[in-house]
Design a protein around this ligand. Structure first.
Ligand SMILES: [Zn+2]
Length: 89
């Protein structure tokens, strides 16, 4: 993996950014989730970021319930993802 650094972002905040999707999906270990939760509670920027991400996910979930993809789109997406190695069929 490439060495990625963001010198303008404090390391603890960068951890939140890097793990936010796994955090929101409940995919982190209890210790990592507790560490991120403690930081988010203490850091206004990360609290704002987390609220934005949660709102984004909620909006996407609402849209998914109300909008329907054109016929065949789901199948084409699954094929394309499979061809790129991202999903099993
Ligand atoms: Zn932070």
């Amino acid at each position: 993996m490439a060495d990625v650094s963001f010198p303008e972002i404090p390391p603890a905040c960068l951890e939140v950014v890097m793990h936010t999707w796994d955090f929101l999906d409940g995919q982190l270990t209890a210790a990592t989730a507790a560490s991120l939760t403690a930081h988010i509670e203490a850091c206004q920027q990360c609290r704002d970021f987390q609220l934005f991400e949660e709102s984004f996910l909620e909006a996407m979930a609402r849209l998914r319930r109300t909008l329907h993809a054109p016929a065949g789109l789901r199948e084409r997406l699954l094929v394309a993802l499979h061809e790129e190695g991202f999903a099993a069929r």
